[in-house]
Design a protein. Structure first.
Length: 242
């Protein structure tokens, strides 16, 4: 574990000033069939509780803030929900959000799970991969509206309404002045955050929790692609519970 081993040395010397930032779904939570089944991996909870007390922990997720607060109750962490996007919409953006959710339910195959988030609509096709191209084409056709942007993920296309934000933008704000910064993710939305690490004046480590759906570009961007078991062991090593 060359890159992580180097990071671990720096972290142990500067734990209180270090930043450990994580994606949630597919990283701190195993991949599940539907979003409502996702839960924080219980094997990581003790380590995260320790890490939250001895350093700076941040969760950067597309999940709403209230969901994250429930998942990380008892864990000291900065919780950034909805990718840092506004969690309430008004005016034209709110009307557009409601219209797109209704259209998605009416126009896409019933097998597509339409997840309505505070400022986006996630179109999940994990249970029906044969409709991947149909979902992608549908999203492409509505993207001409200037208030809409589209993000691709593992078996999901997310339609963002109004102000967009990305994980690298959030990480850039959080990472200022930290001597050691780790980021861990598992999907396309984490790519820019991993690339950002290379621009920071700090000792950094970018981890990608690998599954059979992991995009090749994400693996290439990682300092270390890791299995879920390896990821657990790395967090335990940081927390000193190995």
């Amino acid at each position: 574990m060359p890159q992580f081993a180097e990071f671990l040395k720096s972290y142990r010397a500067h734990a209180k000033a270090s930043l450990l930032a994580f994606d949630f779904d597919g990283t701190l939570s195993p991949i599940v069939a539907t979003p409502d089944q996702a839960q924080l991996d219980p094997d990581l909870t003790p380590a995260l509780q320790i890490l939250g007390e001895q350093s700076n922990v941040a969760i950067i997720s597309g999940r709403p803030s209230d969901f994250l607060k429930a998942q990380f109750a008892g864990i000291k962490a900065t919780l950034i929900g909805n990718y840092g996007r506004p969690e309430t919409l008004d005016g034209r953006a709110l009307a557009l959000h409601k219209t797109l959710a209704s259209r998605a339910r009416a126009e896409l195959p019933d097998a597509i799970l339409v997840e309505v988030k505070p400022s986006s609509i996630a179109l999940h096709y994990r249970r029906a991969p044969e409709f991947a191209s149909a979902v992608t084409e549908w999203a492409k056709n509505i993207q001409s509206d200037p208030d809409i942007s589209v993000e691709d993920g593992k078996s999901v296309v997310e339609i963002v309404v109004g102000i967009n934000s990305t994980k690298d933008a959030v990480l850039s704000r959080l990472a200022r002045s930290h001597p050691a910064v780790l980021y861990a993710g598992d999907d396309n939305g984490d790519l820019a955050a991993l690339n950002l690490l290379r621009t920071l004046p700090a000792v950094t480590c970018g981890l990608v929790v690998v599954s059979h759906q992991t995009p090749p570009a994400l693996i290439e961007a990682a300092d270390e692609p890791v299995t879920r078991e390896q990821f657990r062991s790395y967090l335990h090593a940081l927390a000193g519970v190995v």
